[in-house]
Design a protein around this ligand. Structure first.
Ligand code: FES
Length: 194
């Protein structure tokens, strides 16, 4: 016959083991949620209403001449593509009313190791990450200089019925691999910002 004290010790050990497994499971679930959740709780991973084109132009008149509009809430550059291409080609135009499909939103998180890509540089009208020098043309397409293996990632842009421009950060559209470009500016492909 078993000693009742031995039995209760076993039962105690089983309970402790069960509690330990339960705690570990809770930690695992909690950790997974914490990993998945930040994009939502900090406001990223949502749609952002940038404003009407008139508001954007009032805040940054040079948007009409192709200079990207930095919209910090979406951590993005909104690019007026026809004007940007003209600017980077050296023949600037004035474009005050681009359609939704004439704008792109470039995520400022560098596709190499995640540094914040600074504003367009004036010298060659390109983006260049300060961390390791990855260089992108005005459409965020990866050029020869720097270690990033793809262009800057993008978000969809649309215009609501009332004319508000919206950046949708819920889905990341990955940049094209290095060397795949749809636009070539007049500067050598292997130079960055001076
Ligand atoms: S993080 Fe941008 S080049 Fe390395």
């Amino acid at each position: 016959m078993l000693d009742p004290r031995t039995l209760s010790r076993r039962s105690f050990m089983r309970r402790m083991l069960g509690a330990g497994v339960g705690l570990l499971s809770l930690e695992f679930v909690g950790g997974s949620l914490a990993f998945l959740w930040p994009n939502i709780t900090d406001g990223f991973g949502a749609t952002f209403r940038v404003g009407r084109l008139a508001d954007i132009l009032a805040a940054q008149p040079k948007f009409a001449q192709g200079y990207p509009y930095s919209f910090s809430a979406a951590r993005s550059f909104l690019v007026n593509v026809p004007a940007a291409l003209a600017l980077a080609s050296g023949v600037p135009i004035e474009m005050t009313s681009p359609a939704a499909d004439e704008m792109i939103a470039l995520w400022r998180k560098c596709p190499h190791l995640g540094c914040m890509v600074p504003d367009l540089c004036e010298s060659v009208k390109r983006f260049q990450c300060r961390c390791h020098g990855s260089t992108f043309n005005i459409l965020g397409e990866k050029l020869e200089k720097g270690p990033a293996e793809r262009g800057m990632d993008r978000f969809a842009v649309f215009i609501e019925a009332d004319g508000t421009v919206v950046i949708d950060t819920r889905e990341i559209l990955f940049g094209a691999p290095e060397g795949v470009v749809t636009f070539t500016d007049p500067h050598p492909p292997d130079i960055g910002c001076s």
